[in-house]
Design a protein around this ligand. Structure first.
Ligand SMILES: [Zn+2]
Length: 468
């Protein structure tokens, strides 16, 4: 009988890895890195509970590192099978996996310099080159078509609306006349968000593995365009720069889309605007190269090379010199730069330069984790440590809510409600314990389905209606 084992994103949001075994073959759905808490990150270094050389296939739901960043390590440890993802995900991985390796190398170098590792020398989990190699192994597949891994085992991708290339994965296992379908939500986008389409309907499923990042939350009701119009309007009156720390993929493009819409509608003045992040610029080009990810007007505009992700007056800074030149710009100017929580990246140079100026506005557009500079700014701290200096914070700090790439609890239930019939069982994953338990409770109560939150290394049968 087929089984599923939860090797990651069980009771936590990172490290997504779901092992399906059927007829002696092994398929890993997602191959994510653990991020965040140290105890979880330690699992990136331990041996995977299953021998990587015994895994036949890996199928990836989307490009985010917490779903793909373990792949280079899996390859280093002996995995020789085939890897499948959507075509846009393949392109994004060619940027993301080498970048992840680069960060691993930087971290190792930092520990070696400070002597803060037990291991001498400290080694990276994998290198940028190994990241590039792993990305080169991934085969791109179109949406809405079945592809066969082996007789009796086939897979299809449907649009998930989370980031470019993101997919809901349906796995069908057939044995004789019996056929079981297992649907993985991957990370699910918001309904009614711009740029990407709504999540595709769930369809036929015997088992569902659903994410629960915001399993206990409801997103802000005020439309994001209204919030941005208000905040940008006030910032322009202050007369200085608007510095936006933003994630390079997804967040930056959605922000550009809204700002260009507000400019065109005359609701905010036309500002000189800079996107200072090579990764964001590359990612935006990948968005524009994949019309298959879009629907309706957006697809038509992308195909016309009239992509609304490029604002009227957006200037792109690729090189460090172009980045430094932004320092000379005075008056109202928009500077969008990674990283999103100001933990690193070029945005630190802009913050160091602009925070002491009371005319500056810092605009936070995403979740700011505990301990990050973004959270410190949000908490109103008077100084911020950047490159060894205590930088005084005289700038105004604003935040907008609603640019999240994840569905909220109502969105997750709405998607589950698109199932063609009640599944036998729902596994709630990819959430902290509170949100996961809350969502599982709502699924049981509001849909009347069997829903549980699996723990790390739990294994469940994917048989008929036979409850374990
Ligand atoms: Zn994601």
């Amino acid at each position: 009988m087929a089984t599923i084992e939860f090797l990651g994103a069980a009771g936590t949001v990172t490290g997504s890895k779901f092992l399906v075994e059927s007829g002696g073959r092994r398929l890993l759905v997602d191959c994510g890195l653990y991020q965040g808490l140290k105890d979880l990150r330690r699992r990136n270094w331990g041996r995977l509970p299953v021998d990587p050389s015994s895994i036949d296939w890996v199928v990836l739901t989307h490009g985010h590192i917490d779903h793909t960043g373990y792949l280079p390590r899996l390859v280093n440890d002996g995995f020789r099978g085939a890897v499948y993802a959507t075509r846009a995900t393949v392109d994004l991985l060619k940027i993301l996996l080498p970048d992840s390796g680069h960060l691993q190398e930087e971290e190792a170098a930092y520990h070696n310099k400070r002597g803060t590792s037990k291991h001498l020398p400290a080694l990276p989990l994998y290198t940028a080159e190994e990241g590039a190699e792993a990305a080169g192994r991934v085969t791109g597949v179109g949406y809405d078509e079945w592809f066969e891994l082996a007789p009796g085992l086939r897979v299809s991708f449907k649009r998930a609306g989370h980031i470019l290339g993101s997919a809901i994965v349906t796995l069908e296992i057939a044995a004789g006349s019996a056929r079981r379908r297992l649907v993985f939500s991957g990370d699910l986008g918001r309904y009614g968000a711009p740029i990407l389409p709504d999540p595709a309907p769930l369809g036929e499923a015997d088992y569902v593995v659903v994410e629960s990042t915001y399993g206990d939350r409801r997103h802000e009701a005020e439309p994001i365009a209204e919030q941005l119009a208000r905040v940008v309007g006030a910032a322009v009156e202050r007369g200085g720069a608007i510095v936006v720390p933003a994630f390079a993929i997804g967040r930056t493009q959605e922000l550009m889309y809204h700002l260009s819409g507000l400019e065109k509608a005359g609701r905010i003045p036309r500002l000189p605007a800079y996107v200072d992040s090579p990764m964001a610029i590359n990612a935006t080009e990948i968005y524009c190269a994949h019309p298959e990810d879009f629907e309706g007007d957006m697809r038509a505009m992308v195909m016309d090379r009239n992509c609304p992700l490029h604002c009227g007056d957006f200037r792109l800074a690729r090189t460090p010199d172009e980045s430094r030149a932004i320092n000379e710009v005075s008056g109202p100017v928009l500077i969008v730069s990674a990283s999103g929580m100001a933990t690193g990246g070029r945005v630190l140079h802009h913050l160091k330069q602009r925070l002491p100026d009371p005319g500056t506005t810092v605009l936070l557009v995403g979740y700011q984790a505990e301990g990050t500079r973004g959270r410190r700014l949000l908490n109103g701290e008077a100084t911020l440590r950047i490159f060894g200096d205590e930088v005084p914070v005289r700038a105004r700090v604003d935040a907008v809510h609603g640019l999240s790439a994840h569905a909220d609890a109502d969105g997750l239930l709405r998607w589950l409600g698109t199932a063609a019939r009640p599944p036998d069982r729902v596994f709630v994953v990819h959430g902290d314990p509170g949100p996961a338990a809350t969502l599982a409770g709502r699924i049981r109560k509001e849909l009347g389905w069997r829903a549980t939150v699996p723990a790390y290394r739990d294994r469940a049968p994917l048989g008929g209606g036979d409850a374990p």
